[in-house]
Design a binder for this molecule. Structure first.
Ligand SMILES: O=C[C@H](O)[C@H](O)[C@H](O)COP(=O)(O)O
Length: 234
């Protein structure tokens, strides 16, 4: 990842705080490198006295938040959130996203839906004309995962999507999510109709959640390589 891209992520995070975060809010903190830059920026405001009640979308974000002095509330004890800020792996101009490159999609979707508003934070490289270059993650229970994989392949085929599906591995071991599940990464041809695909994948027994987020994002805050940023609302 280039230094320029990291800088664009930081710029976007600062802009989110400026435009959307207010004292007293209940916030959902997203996962991944972009969200972590945002959390680190937020830590500076908390250190300067901003009062926030925060919960997170992954164990990794809990660690980053604590590191920068942000207390984390159990999601069961927070009620409805005002705002969740989270990053995509890809986002199109209709605000459809692929998420889950860091295996956090399930908690991310739960927390996004627990919030009155979700804002996407990203650098300009994440914006695409059509979803599908980034492999679509599907979180599945461990039991009979190869059967679930066959059913995922069938649904993708029904959507006329050519796909290669791989169980995600790291250091020779299957990746296990924060909820104890596996991830199937689906390297797809272009995803033309993400909204029905999102629903149909989730109808498969064994699928816990998939990385298509077609309804959640209310707007995007984009950091650019030239140092500028912009906000686009749905
Ligand atoms: O599971 C991970 C999340 O969906 C991330 O928010 C997503 O992968 C984007 O991560 P990054 O900001 O590192 O590109």
């Amino acid at each position: 990842m280039s230094e320029q891209q990291n800088e664009a992520k930081k710029i976007a995070g600062r802009r989110v705080i400026q435009e959307f975060v207010r004292d007293g809010m209940k916030l959902g903190l997203g996962s991944g490198t972009t969200s972590h830059f945002f959390v680190r920026e937020l830590g500076k405001h908390v250190a300067n006295g901003m009062k926030l009640t925060c919960t997170t979308t992954s164990r990794s974000t809990i660690d980053v938040a604590r590191e920068v002095g942000i207390a984390i509330t159990d999601p069961n004890d927070i009620g409805e959130l005002d705002l969740t800020v989270d990053g995509p792996d890809e986002i199109d101009r209709q605000f459809n996203m692929i998420k889950g490159g860091g295996a956090c999609l399930l908690w991310e979707k739960i927390i996004a839906h627990a919030s009155r508003q979700m804002i996407t934070v990203c650098d300009e490289t994440k914006i695409v004309d059509r979803l599908g270059a980034f492999p679509l993650p599907v979180e599945v229970v461990q039991f009979a995962w190869k059967q679930t994989e066959r059913m995922v392949a069938r649904v993708l085929e029904e959507h006329r999507i050519e796909a290669s599906i791989y169980r995600r591995m790291r250091d020779g071991q299957p990746v296990v999510t924060d909820s104890g599940n596996f991830i199937l990464d689906c390297k797809c041809s272009a995803i033309v109709e993400p909204a029905p695909l999102e629903i149909e994948l989730n109808r498969i027994p064994g699928v816990v959640e998939n990385g298509l987020f077609t309804r959640e994002s209310a707007g995007m805050v984009v950091g650019c390589f030239d140092g500028s940023s912009y906000v686009k609302m749905r």
